[in-house]
Structures are given as structure tokens and as C-alpha cells.
Design a protein around this ligand. Structure first.
Ligand SMILES: Cc1ncc(COP(=O)(O)O)c(C=O)c1O
Length: 414
């Protein structure tokens, strides 16, 4: 892969072998080069441009190529990348212990897999086994992945309809409304699954007492509370886990994305000891060939170490506050285009008046070499998810670029 390859040739091949529509969108966006290298908040492309990456779908809390994570992964790759699975290895135990120690209450046993959707699949299976009930209450606009089980919990018709019927017994209620969860209960419901802040749903922050009220409702009905921290977890919202400020101990917590330190894909779910019992009694009931592999777990351990050693939670909170202040002042200048700025920590949503204006904003930022992403379940909300290592100069450049791109998009909106 070292011979010269032009962006046009690459997009031709993308169109032929990966996905023609995606290639056309990238051409339409005026993409001039393909990614070749990335470090911190910056991505270099084949045309020599440098992009400021404030997107990444929430994977890069540590930024790209974090040196400690890279070093740990290199060491692990050279010694023991994958496991026999019959003999134990150290990284899997180490990461499981770190998760148990950092999560609240008696969340103790972790099952590892390779993606967020898989983590949700496993959590749903465990809940069904533990409670013996198939019913699940999920939320409208909630996002839990696109495999068939996870998609049953995801609350967006557009992604669900081509695959109906999905798993039976799932119902979706408005997010942030604990009364609606209570009202949706019947004797078939064994679990409630929610995000602590909806990410793909458009960065929706629920009322402060939401999780505590859900905990009480679940307890009253003998149901499990599954909190999906795939996007919010590992520092994204200013604390290691977004559930922390609520003081709530869920029965199962899913994680993924930034847990791999921006280097190796990983997914996980951690359950209270009692709830994990069915998987304990039969360890082969739910398995994954690559789940818990030493490479990914070494990345996870290094990712958690880096957060502690480099004060990344604190840095993330400071960067988030600087972004939020700057973005709110831009919103006040252009209320006709940009309706609201909201979020917590480094999970920030910009709600535009419509999808077209939001799309023009993304293109305007791309022109200025800044990458942001839309929200899958709420496309007129554009998400800004910088890494905690973003510098003051990069924040200033980002805000300057956002102001210019919103101004252009506002002119377009009329
Ligand atoms: C809250 C949440 N859960 C699950 C997923 C699915 O993760 P993955 O895309 O790694 O399967 C996502 C992905 O955006 C997510 O935000």
C-alpha cells in the first residue's frame, strides 16, 4: 500500500468495492485526500492537509495514537496478541478488575466483546436469562447499535423498519420521562435500557433525577436497569462514567468506543455479581472468539492509566467548558440557524433549524479542515466530540471556524 494513489482513484475504488453512495457523498463534500496519519486531535490526509478531528463518533477521548496506548499495544502485539482462550492471560483480568473498581457499587463481572452493539446484545441476553422475561423498555431516539438484538432496543424507525419483525416485547417510550417507563411496565418486562445522555439521539440530557427514578421503578417491578455507556463512558462527559453524578448503581453497564483508547476496538458489559450468575453457571452460553483478547484489553488498561496519569478527566472538563462557552455565544449570534447548544463535558450537540442547514454546516467546517459528525437518530443535531488532549489553540481555531460555518449556513437558511 505504498504506491501513489490519488484521491480520485481511491474514491473510484471505494465506489466499486466498498459503497458507491458513500463515495458519492465524500465527493460531494469536496474531500481532497484520504486519511494517512493521525495524532492527538489532528488527522493528516494524502494531499498534505491537516484536519482538526472533533468527531470520531466518540471513540477518541484520548485523541488519535495516544503514545501510552500505542506503546502498550505494540508491547502486547509483540508478546501475546490473541489468546489460546483455554489458558488465562493477564490483560483480560486486569481490565475487568479496573472496570469493577471504577464502576459504582457491586458492578463486578465483565464480559468482553468487540463493539458496542455486541455489548448491548450480551447485556440483553443476560437480562433475559436472569429475569426469564423477554420484555424490554427502551427509549425513543435511543441508540444501542444495529445488530438485530441491539436494533430492537434502538429507537429510530428508519433503521428498524426494513428488518421487522425484530425481537418481540420491546417498547419505546419518550426519553427523560420516568413516568412513561412506569406506565409501560407489565408482567412481561424484565429490563429497562437507557443511555445516561442520548448521544445519537441528538445529545439529549435528561432531568437530574431520571436515573434514580428509573432505578426505583425497576426495583419496584423486579426488573433490571441496563445503562448503555458505550458513547458516554470513559471520560466523554467529564467523569469516567456518566452515571457517576446520579449516584445510581445499574444492574448492567455497557461500554465500548473510548475504552479501546482510540487504538483497538473493544466492547464490554459489566454486571452486578448476582445478575451475572447465569453466565457464571454456564460460561459457554454466550461467547466471542475475539472477546477479551489481550491486545484490546492491554489497550483498555493503558487507556484507563492514561486518563489517571495525565489528568484527562480534568482536561476534558476544562476543554468542554471552553467549547460550551464559545459555542453558546455563537448560538446567540445566529439563533435563526442554530437553535440550541447543549451537552456535558466533551459531548456537545448543536441543534440546527433543519437537516439541510446542519449539512451545510458540516461541509463548511470540512472546507476549513475541521471534522464533526451528525447524530444518527437526529440528523439536524451536529455533534462536537473533541479529545481531552485538544489544545487551546485548536479550540480557538475550532470556534473561529464554527462561527464562519454557522454564518454561511445561516445565509443559506435565509
Ligand atoms: C450508546 C451506544 N450504544 C451502542 C452503540 C453501538 O456501538 P457500535 O457502533 O460499536 O456497535 C453506540 C454507537 O454509536 C452508542 O452510541
Amino acid at each position: 500500500m505504498t504506491e501513489p494513489y490519488s484521491i480520485d482513484a481511491l474514491l473510484d475504488d471505494y465506489e466499486r468495492y466498498v459503497n458507491a453512495s458513500m463515495a458519492r457523498i465524500m465527493r460531494f463534500m469536496g474531500v481532497d485526500g484520504y486519511e494517512v496519519e493521525a495524532r492527538g486531535a489532528e488527522v493528516r490526509t494524502s494531499d498534505g492537509s491537516t484536519y482538526l478531528d472533533l468527531g470520531g463518533y466518540g471513540v477518541f477521548f484520548h485523541g488519535h495514537s495516544h503514545p501510552k496506548v500505542v506503546a502498550a499495544v505494540q508491547r502486547q502485539a509483540e508478546t501475546l496478541a490473541l489468546s489460546t482462550r483455554l489458558l488465562p492471560n493477564r490483560p483480560v483480568v486486569e481490565l475487568a478488575r479496573r472496570l469493577a473498581e471504577s464502576l459504582p457499587g457491586d458492578l463486578q463481572y465483565t464480559f468482553f466483546c468487540n463493539s458496542g452493539a455486541e455489548a448491548v446484545e450480551g447485556a440483553l441476553k443476560l437480562a433475559r436469562m436472569y429475569t426469564g422475561k423477554p420484555g424490554v423498555i427502551a427509549t425513543q431516539g435511543g441508540f444501542h447499535g444495529k445488530t438485530l438484538g441491539a436494533l430492537s432496543a434502538t429507537g429510530k424507525d428508519m433503521y428498524r423498519e426494513p428488518f421487522l419483525p425484530l425481537l418481540p416485547g420491546f417498547r419505546h417510550v419518550p426519553y427523560g420521562d420516568a413516568d412513561a417507563v412506569e406506565a409501560a411496565f407489565d408482567e412481561t418486562v424484565g429490563a429497562v435500557i437507557v443511555e445516561p445522555i442520548q448521544g445519537e439521539g441528538g445529545v439529549i440530557v435528561p432531568p437530574d433525577d431520571y436515573l434514580a427514578r428509573l432505578r426505583a421503578v425497576c426495583d419496584a417491578h423486579g426488573a433490571l436497569l441496563i445503562v448503555d455507556e458505550v458513547q458516554t463512558g470513559v471520560g466523554r462527559t467529564g467523569t469516567l462514567w456518566a452515571i457517576e453524578p446520579s449516584g445510581v448503581v445499574p444492574d448492567i453497564v455497557t461500554s465500548g468506543k473510548s475504552l479501546g483508547g482510540g487504538i483497538v476496538p473493544i466492547g464490554a458489559f459489566t454486571a452486578r455479581a448476582e445478575v451475572f450468575q447465569p453466565f457464571d453457571e454456564n460460561p459457554l452460553i454466550h461467547t466471542s472468539t475475539f472477546g477479551g483478547n489481550p491486545l484490546a484489553c492491554a489497550a483498555g488498561v493503558a487507556a484507563l492509566d492514561a486518563i489517571a496519569e495525565e489528568g484527562l478527566l480534568e482536561r476534558g472538563r476544562e476543554a468542554g467548558a471552553a467549547f460550551m462557552a464559545g459555542l453558546r455565544s455563537i448560538q446567540k449570534e445566529f439563533p435563526g440557524a442554530l437553535r440550541e447548544v447543549r451537552g456535558r463535558g466533551l459531548l456537545i450537540g448543536l441543534e440546527f433549524v433543519d437537516e439541510g442547514v446542519g449539512g451545510a454546516f458540516i461541509a463548511g467546517l470540512l472546507k476549513r479542515r475541521v471534522v464533526v459528525v451528525h447524530s444518527l437518530n437526529h440528523p439536524r443535531v451536529i455533534r462536537i466530540m473533541p479529545p481531552a488532549v485538544v489544545t487551546r489553540d485548536q479550540i480557538d481555531y475550532a470556534l473561529e471556524s464554527v462561527r464562519a460555518a454557522v454564518s454561511e449556513a445561516a445565509a443559506l437558511a435565509g
